[in-house]
Design a protein around this ligand. Structure first.
Ligand code: F6P
Length: 328
C-alpha cells in the first residue's frame, strides 16, 4: 500500500492494562508533536472508539504519566468491536474526527482488532505489545512483562519469609493467561522448588517426588510457582492433589492475581515503551501499516500483526532447563 498522508493519529489502550502503557502513550504523543501531527486519545479502547469517547490531546495530558502504572486512557475488552456493526460505528467516528491512523497498545486480542479494522476499512494502524503475559512474537519482551515479574518476585520473597518461619509449603499462582513466561521468570528469580507452566506437563507424582527429595535435604521452605493457565488446574487444585500424597505438610496457597498488573513501570519497561512509542509514529509516517513494533536484540522490528499474534512464542527451553537444575 502507498504511504498515506497522515496528519492526525489516534492512540488507544485495550485489553488488560500493563505497566508501561502510559509511557508508550506519552512517547507516541510526544513523537507525534515532534512531527507536527495532531494526536487524539481514544478512551476505554475500542469501546471508546465505538462510543466516540475521543479527545484531542495536548502536552498537559501526558505530563507525569511516564512513571505511573495503568493507563490514563483507560482500557476495556470490547465485545461490540468483535461485530461488524461495532467496527462500522468505530469507523464512522474515526472519519468524523478526521483521524488518519491508529496506534493500538495491547495484547493479542487488541492487535487482532487492529488487524481486522485495517483489513476492512484500510485504516493504517501500528500495534504495540502491551501485556504482562509476554505472549506476542516479534518482540523479546512485551511492555509490562518485566514489571510484572519484578512485582511477582517481590511478593514471593515476602511469602518466603513466612514460609521459612513455619516450615511451610506454598503454592503461588501467577498470571500469564495460557503462557508460562511470568511463572518461569518469577520462579527462577525467587528460587522456586518447582515451576508449573502450561507449556510443559509435570505429573503430580513427579512434583511429589521432588518435594520429598527436598524434604530429605531439610529445605526449610518450599515454594511452587503455578502459572494460571495450566491444564492440571490452578494453585488451589494442585495443592489439593499434593496434600493427598503429603498429608503431613503444612500447605498454603496464594494467588497473586491483579496486583501483578499494577505499580510503576520498571526502568526496562519505561525504556521499551518509550522506544516503541516513537517507533509507532515513525513507522506510520514511513507507511508501515498493519504491523506491530517490537524490540529484538535492542533493535526496533516491525512484524506483520498477523504473524505477531500467532501463538508461536513459547518459554525458552534453556530457561526451563536452568530452572530444573536450580530447583534440585
Ligand atoms: O492478559 C493479561 C491478563 O492479566 C492475564 O494474565 C490474565 O489471565 C487476564 O489478563 C485477566 O484478565 P481480567 O483483568 O479481565 O480478569
Amino acid at each position: 500500500m502507498e504511504p498515506k498522508t497522515i496528519k492526525k493519529i489516534g492512540v488507544l489502550t485495550s485489553g488488560g492494562d500493563s505497566p508501561g502503557m502510559n509511557a508508550a502513550i506519552r512517547a507516541a504523543v510526544r513523537a507525534g508533536f515532534y512531527y507536527n501531527l495532531e494526536m487524539y486519545g481514544i478512551y476505554r479502547g475500542y469501546e471508546g472508539l465505538i462510543q466516540n469517547d475521543i479527545k484531542k490531546l495536548d502536552s498537559r495530558y501526558i505530563t507525569h504519566v511516564l512513571e505511573r502504572g495503568g493507563t490514563f486512557l483507560k482500557s476495556a475488552r470490547s465485545a461490540e468491536f468483535r461485530t461488524p456493526e461495532g467496527r462500522s460505528k468505530a469507523y464512522e467516528n474515526i472519519k468524523a474526527h478526521g483521524i488518519d491512523a491508529l496506534v493500538v497498545i495491547g495484547g493479542d486480542g487488541s492487535l487482532t482488532g487492529a488487524h481486522l479494522f485495517f483489513q476492512e476499512y484500510g485504516i493504517p494502524s501500528i500495534g504495540l505489545p502491551g501485556t504482562i503475559d509476554n505472549d506476542l512474537s516479534g518482540t523479546d519482551s512485551t511492555i509490562g512483562f518485566d514489571t510484572a515479574c519484578n512485582t511477582a518476585i517481590e511478593a514471593i520473597d515476602k511469602i518466603r519469609d513466612t514460609a521459612t518461619s513455619h516450615d511451610r509449603l506454598f503454592f503461588v499462582e501467577v498470571m500469564g493467561r495460557d503462557a508460562g513466561f511470568i511463572a518461569i521468570n518469577a520462579g527462577i528469580g525467587s528460587a522456586a522448588a518447582a515451576i508449573l507452566i502450561p507449556e510443559k506437563k509435570m505429573p503430580i507424582d513427579h512434583l511429589v517426588d521432588k518435594l520429598k527429595i527436598r524434604s530429605k535435604a531439610k529445605k526449610s521452605s518450599n515454594i511452587v510457582i503455578v502459572a494460571e493457565g495450566g491444564k492440571s488446574g490452578g494453585a488451589g487444585e494442585i495443592a489439593e492433589k499434593v496434600k493427598k500424597f503429603l498429608p503431613s505438610y503444612d500447605i498454603k496457597v496464594t494467588i497473586l492475581g491483579h496486583l501483578q498488573r499494577g505499580g510503576a513501570p520498571s526502568s526496562f519497561d519505561r525504556l521499551l515503551a518509550s522506544k516503541l512509542g516513537v517507533a509507532a509514529v515513525e513507522g506510520l509516517l514511513q507507511g508501515k501499516y498493519d504491523v506491530m513494533a517490537g524490540l529484538i536484540n535492542n533493535k526496533v522490528v516491525y512484524t506483520p500483526i498477523k504473524k505477531a499474534i500467532i501463538d508461536d512464542k513459547s518459554v525458552d527451553e534453556e530457561d526451563f532447563r536452568i530452572a530444573k537444575i536450580l530447583s534440585t
